[in-house]
Ligand binder design. Structure first.
Ligand SMILES: [Zn+2]
Length: 196
């Protein structure tokens, strides 16, 4: 079992986690379990993930923007495109700061207003860094339409399709197998075959 932080949604079921800090973006997308219809996104989730101060005031409009941005990122991961409006709204509202860390390590950070939009901006900075590092394309969406879970694809060819082969891959494979058998049963039996 992989040891994941407590802020990761349903950590005990995750078999394909991204490395930090991209794990934060994966977790953000997966706060919505489409299969079970459960949504863990709240200001508490952002506080738990270290993206937001516990004393921050969070309005309903900001949480709505967070949900819209979550869906944008899911679309982006799924098809490489989608509604970019929420991403643009968050990006347009803030300017990044350049920080000089230990041994001259340069890092981009949100402006430090400490609100939820800052937290969303930080997630976008993580996406930006992953795009530059080439790890962004490893974050994928499960091909099971009922699932659409974000998983990190470590395969060499980057063609992974399932969040979990046992859960989603086999379910679809079995469905395809049953469909094939149904088709085969309609074709006439080969000559010499024993009557069923
Ligand atoms: Zn899945």
């Amino acid at each position: 079992m992989t040891l994941l932080p407590a802020w990761y949604p349903w950590p005990e079921t995750e078999t394909k986690p991204a490395p930090m800090p991209l794990l934060l973006v994966q977790a953000f997308v997966n706060t919505l379990d489409l299969d079970q219809g459960q949504d863990l996104l709240s200001s508490d989730w952002f506080v738990g993930a270290g993206l937001l101060d516990a004393s921050a005031d969070v309005g309903a409009g900001e949480l709505e923007l967070a949900r819209a941005m979550r869906e944008s990122i899911r679309q982006l991961l799924e098809s490489g495109d989608g509604d970019l409006g929420p991403l643009r709204e968050v990006a347009a509202g803030r300017a990044a700061r350049l920080l000089v860390g230990e041994r001259g390590a340069l890092a981009l950070a949100p402006p430090g207003q400490g609100d939820l939009t800052d937290a969303l901006f930080q997630l976008l900075l993580i996406v930006r860094a992953a795009q530059e590092a080439g790890t962004w394309s490893r974050l994928r969406i499960c091909a099971n339409d009922d699932c659409r879970w974000a998983f990190y694809d470590r395969s060499k060819n980057r063609q992974g399709q399932w969040c979990d082969m046992a859960v989603c891959g086999n379910r679809l494979k079995n469905r395809e197998l049953r469909a094939r058998r149904r088709n085969e049963s309609r074709t006439p039996a080969p000559a010499g075959a024993k009557p069923g």
